[in-house]
Design a protein around this ligand. Structure first.
Ligand code: HEC
Length: 125
């Protein structure tokens, strides 16, 4: 039992460290260009193309960007975007929000995910 608690604490400390891991913005920008720009823009007033424009999305409810027809799954997800929810979503879009219509396999590499988040925090606000 004691071991179990210790293992849990170690796990939480570990995942906390991962979430707090600071990514590299420049690498994140490259990753964004490779993986996301086919569908997303990040600049203020940018177009919503296949996916919604991402300006200002952090701190906002999922599915609230203006001028984009989100799925009911996204609008009804109850998610507010922060580093944690974004990281969970980008790792496994379909798993985190079943029925959402973003067709992307997911960012599986933790370092790339941290880079992307560092970039998005800067580029979208
Ligand atoms: C094939 C097109 C496509 C690609 C590639 C793609 N997305 Fe998306 N994305 C979408 C669509 C479509 C939605 C809206 C989903 C819905 O309404 O169910 C979306 C939604 C989102 C949202 C939610 C926005 C909001 O305002 O709630 C975020 C954040 C996001 N994408 C980030 C990313 C990132 C970061 C990448 C690259 C790692 C990426 N997307 C790659 C199409 C894409």
């Amino acid at each position: 039992m004691r071991n179990c608690i210790l293992a849990t604490i170690a796990f939480l400390a570990g995942s906390g460290a991962a979430a707090a891991q600071t990514g590299d913005e420049a690498k994140g920008e490259r990753a964004f260009k490779q993986l996301c720009t086919t569908c997303h823009t990040v600049d203020k007033g940018g177009k919503s193309v296949v996916g919604p424009n991402l300006w200002g999305f952090l701190g906002r409810k999922a599915g609230a960007a203006e001028g984009f027809a989100f799925s009911d799954a996204m609008k009804g997800s109850g998610i507010v975007w922060d580093e944690q929810t974004l990281s969970e979503y980008l790792k496994d879009p379909k798993g985190r929000i079943p029925g959402n219509k973003m067709v992307m396999v997911g960012v599986k590499r933790p370092d790339q995910l941290a880079d992307l988040i560092a970039y998005l925090k800067k580029a979208t606000q």
